[in-house]
Design a protein around this ligand. Sequence first.
Ligand code: SAM
Length: 345
Amino acid sequence: MKELIQKLKETQNLSKEEWISLIENRSVELSDYLFAQAREVRHQYYGKEIYVRGLIEFTNYCKNDCFYCGIRKSNANTTRYRLTKEDILTCCKSGYTLGFRTFVLQGGEDGYFTDSRLCDIVSSIKSSYPDCAITLSVGEKSYESYQALFEAGADRYLLRHETFDSVHYQKLHPSSLTAENRQQCLWHLKEIGYQVGTGFMVGSPYQTSENLADDLLFIKSLNPQMIGIGPFISHRDTPFKDQTSGSLELTLFMLGLLRLMLPKVLLPATTALGTISPNGRELGILAGANVIMPNLSPINIRKNYLLYDNKISTGDEAAESLNSLKRSMADIGYQIVVSRGDSLN
Ligand code: SAM
């Protein structure tokens, strides 16, 4: 199996059968070997720097009903909220002072935020912080909407494809949502000129090694600037409440593979990774990740953006949690830097 990892490192390409074989035959020893190779590649392009993105979860209203997601529209146990433009600008202000140079606006698919409202928010952030990048993560939209938001000043867009295989996709989503449309959105975003992020959940219900291999092949063909992956974690108020969550071990292995497949990609150690293990994000960095996305949302609403059970939310002010992240990253030999952190990919 080590030969396959060497081949991947040298060619950045494997066949579907080779991906499946690596995933199914992984071991502790193989993982350690993979992570060492992934770190080498990561250090070559990004050194020991870690980029931070200030995450602003600005609405938990959502018109969709994804079977796994805690803010799905059918969950009547969630207290719904929307931040105002002023709230969002206040988050950016405190984030800027702390050294954040990327703001990520993430939310459910909330009809209240029309193109004109969102464009106004994006252009206001851009004019106040012209040296910052704005990332949107607000789901599937028309080409025209993506175009308008790009022209308003959005630089990047995160839209996980969730799973490439359309049969698997349909086991995770209602029939109103399709894998084809999700993927089409990603191609549109790329065409418009966004720096694009995609990704998937690891260990989502009914996922097979073949599904994961298809995810890797799709990502290779999309060639995005960012890839967000994290374990699926069950949420008590969803149809998947009794499903087993994804593992730390497989998520780390997939991070290592992604670093070798797209050496210059931006790879976050996600909140979900930090949720399934207290040192999950540190282990993610040691497996090849190079981005962390601390929460800049107001403390009082964080408990309502609960995508899955036990989502980490320290209740600390952004400053406090950034300081503790800086310490824990320094402990493993990495430095959080003040930078837009654009992708080299
Ligand atoms: N609405 C936007 C969209 O669809 O991309 C952004 C918000 S959505 C909640 C962000 C991501 O959360 C999804 O892409 C999904 O992968 C992740 N997510 C949702 N529920 C999850 C769960 N139970 N476990 C792990 N990740 C989850």
